[in-house]
Write a protein that binds this ligand. Structure first.
Ligand code: CLF
Ligand code: SF4
Length: 527
């Protein structure tokens, strides 16, 4: 084991200065956008997953890689889709938050994978989806085990796709144990995006997360296992950075285990050139059958998650729009169309991979995206508020996309959360909820869980809302706001906040701090 590590170390020659981090997702008013959070400095220029960032913020080479990747660009995720193919069932480590009967927790919600695929079946499925969903730009292999624990299946799938669908970006997710051994292979197939799940850099923390690993034909336990894993993860990350592959680090936030430690993880991965850091909440329920589920290890609250993410600002750039999707997910982030593409259905489809048609469609998407950006900045420039105070609130927004407040409260399956100051709006995440409106009627039993999910917000901006949920929200101290229906989110939020502060100043309402909110546990069911 040691000699393998040493050999790999000698092969690695990272030039870490090539990839430097940037700042986060913040939209400033009056047409003066400023990046400060979810972005990175990639190559010689800036790169970001921030809503306001574009080709001017990064090198052309990095922009080319991220511009239509829904996970690496927060802004792109409103327009472009990804899909996963479940070709990698095996795993070589055990995480206490994983049960093999469920999707890999690295990249997935806990929920069984509907169909495990052979590479041939996977390629067929990708071609079928790409024909039906021309905005599907990224193919990821994220389990249901570890992509590099089944390397033949993983790379055979990538090999075929590189030949048959050359415009699709290839993406891989791994626990990192075998990563140093496969960096050449990753580069050979032009896999430009690699996610490594790194929950610790200290074996004392690691032994509470990983009971064992299987490495070099031997099973290692406890602290020794965690030590090998962290060394391999760091080495793999350095090797990818040296080869110019964009890396994203996923970390599962486990309260009482690694919550205080993730700041150190953030600094460590930043110094090794990670492009993005995605800090995700632990999902842990007894019915998932995981060690953590069975021992009662809880996941973080919304504010606990935000506190750790905020503490990591300024380190590696943060991804805040992850939906913890399934290992066989298909569609835009936050939606899942995998049911439309079972193997039986694909057999019936008339599949034609038309590269020109896909390109033409994506050009239209780009034009629409640019028009939306221009309109948004024009709308923001009309917001005038020069007040300078420290008041800061969160608002929840119901949106179907396009950057607008355009979803009915009862139809929302998730709310965007924005932090508002007098001069800026910052996207800080999503909160999933159960549908309030069921079959045309409001489902009052769902309201408490929806209120819990956005309980740290002062207002919820919606296109429309009925009288019953309106009263319940008001009673909970959350202001329902439908006055800005179909406005751009940032403009609506800033305008509402100016009005809110004016009412506070006049004594019409009293400003109070809000409490915490709950992160929804359990499998996501699309509307
Ligand atoms: Fe898939 Fe992951 Fe690639 Fe994205 S997902 S392999 S980087 S294409 Fe994305 Fe899903 Fe979050 Fe993963 S939203 S779970 S970060
Ligand atoms: Fe489960 Fe993924 Fe961890 Fe393997 S790496 S044990 S599949 S969560």
């Amino acid at each position: 084991m040691e000699s393998a590590l040493e050999t790999a170390s000698q092969n690695a020659s990272p030039s870490l200065s090539r990839l430097k981090p940037l700042t986060g997702i913040k939209i400033e008013v009056a047409g003066q956008p400023e990046s400060s959070g979810c972005g990175t400095t990639g190559g010689e220029g800036k790169a970001s997953c921030g809503t306001s960032d574009g080709p001017d913020d990064m090198s052309p080479e990095v922009w080319e890689k991220v511009k239509n990747h829904p996970c690496y660009s927060e802004e792109a995720h409103h327009h472009y889709a990804r899909m996963h193919v479940a070709v990698a069932p095996a795993c070589n480590i055990q995480c206490n938050y994983c049960n093999r009967k469920y999707d890999c927790s690295n990249e997935s919600r806990p929920g069984v994978v509907s169909q495990k695929l052979t590479p041939d079946q996977a390629v067929k499925k990708v071609i079928a989806v790409a024909s039906e969903i021309p905005q599907m730009t990224v193919l990821g292999i994220a389990g249901p085990g570890d992509a590099l624990a089944s390397p033949q299946k993983t790379f055979e799938t990538f090999r075929q796709l590189q030949e048959q669908a050359p415009d699709i970006k290839l993406c891989l997710s791994t626990n990192g144990l075998m990563l140093p051994d496969f960096v050449d292979e990753i580069c050979k197939y032009n896999i430009d995006h690699v996610t490594i799940t790194i929950n610790m850099i200290d074996a004392e923390v690691g032994e509470k997360i990983y009971p064992w690993i299987f490495y070099n034909h031997k099973r290692y336990y406890g602290r020794e296992a965690a030590q090998i894993l962290t060394e391999r993860q760091m080495l793999g990350l350095e090797m990818l950075t040296a080869r110019g592959v964009l890396t994203k680090i996923n970390s599962v936030l486990i309260p009482g285990v690694n919550d205080k430690h993730l700041y150190e993880v953030n600094r460590a991965v930043k110094s090794r050139g990670a492009f993005l850091h995605n800090i995700m909440p632990l999902i842990s329920e007894a019915e998932h059958g995981t060690v953590y589920g069975l021992t009662g290890q809880r996941g973080p609250s919304a504010q606990e998650l935000k506190e750790v993410q905020d503490a990591c600002m300024g380190g590696a750039n943060l991804m805040r729009h992850c939906r913890q999707c399934r290992a066989d997910a298909v569609g835009l982030l936050g939606e899942d169309r995998s049911d439309e593409f079972t193997l039986d259905q694909i057999e019936q489809m008339d599949v034609v991979y038309d590269l020109e048609k896909r390109r033409a469609y994506q050009e239209n998407v780009e034009a629409e995206r640019q028009a939306q950006q221009n309109a948004k900045h024009a709308a923001l420039a009309t917001v005038t508020d020069s007040a300078e105070d420290n008041m800061k609130v969160l608002v929840a927004v119901a949106t179907t996309g396009g950057g607008k407040v355009n979803e009915h409260f009862g139809h929302a399956t998730e709310f965007q959360i924005h932090e508002i100051t007098t001069t800026s709006t910052t996207f800080v995440g999503h909160r999933r909820v159960d549908l309030y409106c069921q079959g045309g009627f409001g489902e009052d039993e769902q309201l408490p869980s929806i209120v819990n999910a956005i309980n740290d917000c002062h207002a919820v901006l919606v296109a429309k809302i009925g009288a019953c949920p309106r009263d319940e929200l008001l009673a909970a101290g959350i202001e329902p706001v439908d006055a800005y229906a179909h406005e751009f989110i940032e403009k609506a939020a800033l305008t509402w906040f100016a009005d809110y502060r004016a009412r506070v100043a006049k004594g019409e309402i009293i400003h109070k701090e809000r409490g915490d909110a709950a992160i929804r546990q359990g499998a996501f069911m699309a509307a």
